[in-house]
Design a protein around this ligand. Structure first.
Ligand code: NAP
Length: 252
């Protein structure tokens, strides 16, 4: 890797899907990308190889970002890199088998809330401490990957997941207002139905195709289309945008 100092972008959950496309997008725009992953090292390495094949720069880092100690280690590793952390994309999100809320147990509910909300909280706190102009930082941008589920509630599928995304939306708005005067912008994208592997976790691989006729644009979205919106919110073209939400949902 070149020794030129580069702005750093941390993308959580970037071994596949929206996170992987976001990593590739930021790398193409000159960032040193930190590809965080949880279990699938091979997939994360493939994303890194794709980035390097284009002459861009990335590292992979394994961490369960819902765990405080692992988040601390991840950010300590970022502190050792040659560059400033300028972008955090809180992309990690999980969902479970489709079910009515009344049929869910507390263990499942806790796991979904814990992974989706705690990861956003822990990484945001660590990033703000490094980015804040009041703490000697250069400023920065946080983009949270929420979901249209925060608005629809996802009845009969995953109300737990929808509730976790609602919490992320509140966190986005509240944090944005807290750090608006510290050189940090905080926004979120709310994807609709996007072709990725996440739907298989809910037990329905073909969910996007089944529901695509309900989407005003009559098609599911691509991970790259979400990555484009994330990049817009992070770049200087969005310099006066904070505490805002961009729906990437084909009108859903
Ligand atoms: P995905 O294909 O299921 O990928 C999830 C990624 O998150 C993987 O890279 C996975 O890593 C990583 N991950 C999971 N738990 C983690 C943890 N505790 N720590 C670190 N990494 C973890 O998901 P996606 O569809 O691209 O979704 C990305 C985001 O978009 C999620 O927040 C999701 O809720 C949101 N979203 C997606 C859609 C959609 O239709 N796809 C719609 C609305 C919102 P490993 O594979 O290494 O375990």
């Amino acid at each position: 890797m070149s020794s030129i100092s580069r702005p750093i972008a941390l993308i959580t959950g970037a071994s596949r899907g929206i996170g992987a496309q976001t990593a590739i997008k930021f790398a193409r725009h000159g960032y040193l990308v930190v590809i965080n992953y949880h279990r699938n090292q091979q997939a994360a390495e493939q994303v890194k190889q794709q980035i390097e094949a284009e002459g861009d720069h990335a590292i992979t880092y394994q961490a369960d970002v819902s765990q405080p100690q692992q988040v601390a280690q991840l950010f300590a590793a970022i502190d050792e890199l040659n560059g400033d952390l300028r972008v955090l994309v809180n992309n990690v999100g999980i969902l479970k088998q489709q079910s009515r809320l009344v049929d869910m147990d507390l263990a499942r509910f806790n796991q979904v809330m814990h992974t989706n909300v705690n990861s956003c909280f822990l990484c945001s706190v660590a990033a703000v401490k490094r980015m804040s102009s009041q703490q000697g930082g250069q400023g920065g941008v946080i983009v949270n990957v929420s979901s249209m589920a925060a608005c629809t509630g996802s009845p009969n599928e995953y109300v737990d997941y929808a509730a976790s995304k609602g919490a992320m939306d509140s966190l986005t708005r509240g944090l944005a207002l807290e750090v608006a005067n510290e050189g940090i912008r905080v926004n979120a994208v709310r994807p609709g139905l996007i072709y990725t592997d996440i739907h298989a976790s809910g037990g329905e691989d073909g969910r996007v195709d089944r529901l695509s006729s309900r989407i005003p644009m009559q098609r599911g979205g691509k991970a790259e289309e979400v990555a484009n919106a994330i990049y817009f919110l992070a770049c200087d073209e969005a310099s006066f945008v904070t505490g805002s939400f961009v729906d990437v949902s084909g009108g859903l």
